[in-house]
Design a protein around this ligand. Structure first.
Ligand code: SF4
Length: 499
């Protein structure tokens, strides 16, 4: 039987239904740093535990991933471009045997997106091989590179992470043991670095003296004498490990058969955690300062509602990162929370490589406005940040096409006016919309009826801590770690032309 032909499509009507390419929208966000993981657990399947740890840390980098395991002095490593679940198979993980492992998920902040730059990096030394996973960005890369090239090191990647591992190798080759060699090398590094390092003897975890990037320690539920390191607590939760404590700024953790030892390797440590980790980068189910970041982000939304009241019918967040703040906004403003936009959750993130051409040719994922929810409504959309603002206009247009009669945008962080030098890709200053335009001009450019950012004071108030406890340089230009002039000149090209 031939089925009835469907009614002809109304092409005009179809054109009306606009949607936003999700990968394009995400590309207009600050790019995540990297994820690191480490484990010392003889008798356990360390490769598989690392795999799952990286799986939970996938949001911190989607370009490449890798695992290195140590079986005595023998090292097994596998790394490739792509997502964690695309790179590893059961067969590959079975080949990664050993008593300890480290892993890495990468987004490139120094060095291009290519396989040679995937981590963990491995280098041979007098005491055997050493492997390193790095989250952050050095600010003295060129100085260190020149020193190491002069010492006849043959650099094979274009990453700053390679400088750290070669500096360790140099110290070890000059006679130091793993612990002292690592500390010696750390004193040559300036910038942001949270590290997981694997040696034939044990695993080392390190945070830079400012603790810009997070790193936590956990213990295996099945064996509390076995330790795990992860960029965020979600990397512990997934393998059933219990959170023990943060690695403190300027602290080194040495995990061996004898257990865990802590060393303050820097004499000038201070807390300068990247506040953007709390606002956007880290997963909402990760814990920081004894609460989930979901709870913290609810509070950001509540404060935003206190600061920037507006009459409207519904409020919703841009999925997924704007959702907790939008719920908080709704709680205080008493404006009904409704899902006005749906994200296709069944397709992985598409920007495996960060080049524009690859993004454009990637699979088209959609943020789809819900016409029947938006029709005739005055809406408030909440997001965590605006960086370049290039796709916000498209989003607003799509919401109006779907029937919204007023569109108000609320941002749960202050305007991003300065670039990041510590491992987050927030573009150069000329590309940051808030460095070039006033809030009113931005509102006009993106086509909203009103736009408000959370104030810097409001953002800090929600942390319950002092401004001295965080890096918030992308909002203030007050960089806690000195940036070399040549690096600064390149990114702060508009410094004398600030709005
Ligand atoms: S400059 Fe901004 S993104 Fe970079 S570490 Fe500081 S707060 Fe985080």
């Amino acid at each position: 039987m031939i089925p009835n032909s469907p009614a002809p499509l109304d092409m005009n009507n179809l054109k009306e239904h606009k949607s936003i390419n999700c990968s394009e929208y995400k590309s207009d966000k600050p790019k995540e740093a990297c994820g690191v993981f480490g484990i010392y657990a003889p008798g356990e399947d360390v490769a598989k535990l690392t795999y799952f740890g990286l799986y939970a840390l996938q949001h911190r980098g989607q370009e490449s991933a890798g695992i290195a395991t140590f079986d005595g002095s023998e090292v097994h490593v596998y790394k490739d471009m792509g997502l964690v679940n695309q790179i590893f198979s059961e067969d590959i993980l079975e080949g990664l045997t050993g008593k300890l492992a480290i892993g890495h998920t990468r987004y490139s902040t120094t060095g291009s997106s290519r396989k040679a730059n995937a981590q963990p990096s491995i280098v041979n030394t007098r005491l055997g091989k050493v492997a390193l996973s790095h989250n952050g960005n050095l600010v003295n890369t060129w100085k260190l590179r020149n020193e190491l090239v002069n010492s006849n090191f043959n650099l094979v990647t274009s990453t700053d992470s390679e400088m750290i591992i070669f500096a360790i190798a140099e110290a070890v080759n000059n006679g130091a043991d793993w612990l002292n060699g690592t500390i010696e090398a750390l004193h040559r590094c300036q910038g942001a670095f949270s590290l997981a390092i694997a040696t034939p003897e044990g695993v080392i975890g390190v945070r830079d003296p400012y603790g810009i990037r997070p790193l936590v320690i956990g213990t295996l539920d099945s064996n509390p004498t076995r330790y795990v390191l992860a960029s965020e607590t979600c990397g512990l939760d997934i393998i059933g490990a219990k959170y023990l404590q943060d690695v403190k700024p300027g602290e080194l953790v040495w995990i061996t058969e004898d257990g865990l030892s802590l060393y303050n390797w820097s004499q000038n440590s201070q807390n300068k955690l990247c506040i953007f980790e709390m606002i956007y980068f880290a997963r909402p189910d990760s814990m920081m300062n004894n609460e989930s970041l979901y709870t913290y982000r609810l509070r950001l939304g509540r404060e935003l509602a206190v600061e920037s009241k507006v009459d409207a019918d519904i409020v919703f967040g841009i999925p997924d990162s704007g959702v907790p703040a939008a719920i908080g906004f709704s709680q205080v403003s008493k404006i009904h929370y409704a899902e006005g936009i749906i994200k296709n959750r069944y397709v992985g993130r598409t920007f495996i490589q960060p080049t524009q051409s690859m993004r454009e040719s990637g699979i088209r994922m959609k943020l789809n406005p819900l016409k029947d929810v938006l029709e005739g409504k005055r809406i408030i959309i909440v997001d965590d940040s605006i960086v370049r603002g290039t796709t916000s206009r498209k989003l607003v247009k799509a919401l109006r096409s779907a029937g919204a009669i007023e569109v108000h945008m609320r941002i749960s962080s202050p305007p991003v006016t300065h670039p990041c030098f510590y491992g987050i890709d927030t573009d150069t200053q000329d590309q940051l919309i808030a460095a070039n335009k006033s809030t009113k001009e931005i509102a006009e450019q993106i086509g909203v009826d009103s736009l408000n950012y959370l104030s810097w004071e409001g953002m800090l108030k929600t942390t319950g801590k002092s401004s001295n406890d965080f890096c918030s340089a992308c909002f203030t230009g007050d960089y806690p770690i000195k940036i070399p002039e040549n690096m600064k000149r390149y990114k702060l090209m508009l410094e004398n032309n600030k709005v």
